[in-house]
Write a protein that binds this ligand. Structure first.
Ligand code: 4AD
Ligand code: MG
Length: 464
């Protein structure tokens, strides 16, 4: 409700009506509420760009000196919250199809002099320091709306393909990836083990282990929620809290797994191009030119599938031909660095790709061992500009093989329930994890994960 106990119409609603062919002037007089983006005036006339957050577009409010508070209105600065009553006037010859000629402008919330946003363009680094205010800028308004729509796209894709959404826990007693990157949960620092649960407890690094039992009951499931990793990686792609989508499918092998990865990424891209055209046009113009063309090219072709072993050969060739990597000792068995992944996807494939069948030593304990005894049925999806955005695998479904691996890794105690799935009606099954924030980076072209999350948590940084 507005100051005048009257429901405002949103800018989005006005554009929707226009699109459906309605005569907008029939809505006159209209009443809107929003924030001043810009305000310029001369002696007798002024123009305020108002954004109400309902959509990316602003609306132009024209006001004249016949307004009782004309002089005051000329001082309503960027950031001020206002309500406007007035008449819609169609302006087909202008950039904006209509504007509002104000009969009344009410100041709902003034801005103090220390308001941190300026009319001119500000750097992403500066805006990162003011996380509560950046949603009012074009860039972040667009970004967080696309984030919201992308979440919907994910649910739409999986639900319409018969996947059941499972809420896996955030607090767990195990380290799903076995990588030792968990945050411990404690209430009493004196005795973290005896503490609240009577067992070691941590924030989840992945919902996979908890979602697998549901796949073996529902067939197709997914989790989608926050994930936590105490990785001390200070890179543009690592956050200590990020969102992950983890689908899991019974009766699916690695090939099926990759088919679903590819379909879900393509669906998401299509969905955003269709539902967020203004935001995407903005990114394409101001943030990462060429993004829309890039995405259309991704949609047009199948993702290349390459084995790790082939990848290693290509990287070795590249070094032989003089390509400089920071880490140039390429040998089979090594964990690839981001620069290697990026070389493959950017220079060789020039698009999204799957790298498959990694050495078992460098991958998680739950992955299905291939017949060669050396590799596992894993697939990472790599994209230009970023490297890995999805990690997935077929799961080890052989009880004895998995038991031996878990004992060797020392994580068999407490995960008996996970192992038992292999002797209580198990089957071939596969799944993957999409880094939601990384997917958002890829689709928008935004280069730093700190900008895709409303309140990023990264190594050494917990502001807000
Ligand atoms: O490759 P990861 O570690 O795989 C898993 O967690 C599996 N349990 C998934 C599964 O099979 N169900 O992580 C999956 C994805 C990565 O490809 C990456 O996109 C993202 O999660 N990710 C991160 N994103 C931001 N910051 C971090 N620190 C990330 N670590 C992983
Ligand atoms: Mg991975």
């Amino acid at each position: 409700m507005g100051a005048m106990q009257e429901k405002a119409i949103t800018i989005q609603k006005l554009f929707d009506l226009l699109k459906s062919g309605e005569d907008l002037t029939k809505k006159n007089p209209v009443f809107i509420e929003g924030w001043v983006r810009t305000n310029r005036s001369s002696k007798s006339i002024g123009f305020i760009e108002v954004n109400d957050g309902s959509c990316f577009k602003c609306i132009q409010v024209v006001y004249e000196d016949k307004l009782a508070n004309f002089a005051d209105a000329t001082h309503y600065l960027t950031g001020a919250c206002i309500a406007v009553r007035g008449e819609i006037v169609m302006t087909p010859e202008m950039k904006q199809p209509f504007e509002i000629h104000a009969s009344e402008i009410i100041l709902l919330g003034d801005v103090a002099e220390d308001y941190p946003l300026q009319k001119k363009r500000m750097s992403l680094e500066y805006l990162r320091e003011i996380a509560t205010m950046r949603p009012r800028t074009n860039t972040f308004n667009a970004l967080y709306r696309v984030r919201s729509t992308l979440a919907l796209a994910i649910h739409e894709f999986f639900q319409s393909n018969g996947f059941v959404y499972v809420h896996t826990p955030e607090i767990t007693a195990n380290d799903a990836e076995g990588a030792g990157q968990t945050f411990t949960v404690i209430t009493d620092a004196k005795d973290p083990i005896k503490d609240f649960y009577g067992t070691k407890s941590s924030l989840t690094v992945s919902g996979q282990l908890h979602v697998e039992p549901f796949a073996l009951a529902f067939g197709k499931v997914y989790t989608f929620g926050p994930t936590f990793r105490a990785e001390k990686s200070n890179t543009p792609r690592h956050a200590s809290e990020f969102w992950m989508i983890e689908p899991e499918m019974a009766f699916a092998d690695l090939q099926d797994d990759m088919d679903v990865m590819e379909a879900s990424i393509k669906f998401s891209i299509n969905y955003i191009l269709e539902h967020c055209p203004d935001e995407m046009a903005f990114f394409d113009k101001f943030i990462a030119p060429g993004t829309i063309e890039k995405l259309n090219a991704v949609l047009a072709k199948p993702f290349v599938r390459m084995t790790y072993t082939e990848g290693i050969k290509i990287l070795q060739e590249a070094v032989k031909n003089g390509h400089k990597f920071d880490y140039s000792k390429i040998e089979w068995g090594m964990d690839l660095q981001s620069e290697h992944e990026r070389y493959l996807t950017e220079e060789v494939v020039k698009g999204p790709m799957f790298l498959t069948d990694y050495p078992k030593e460098i991958k998680a304990f739950y992955m299905k061992e291939n017949a060669d005894g050396k590799t596992v049925a894993a697939a990472d999806c790599l994209v230009p500009g970023e490297g890995e955005i999805i990690g997935g695998s077929q799961r080890e479904d052989n009880y004895d093989v998995l038991k031996a691996k878990m004992e060797k890794a020392g994580n068999d105690k407490g995960l008996e329930w996970y192992l038992n799935l292999r002797k209580w009606g198990g089957c071939v099954h596969s799944g993957f994890g999409i880094g939601f924030d990384r997917l958002l980076m890829y689709i928008t072209g935004v280069a730093n994960i700190r900008d895709t999350e409303p309140y990023p948590r990264t190594f050494g940084n917990l502001k807000y």
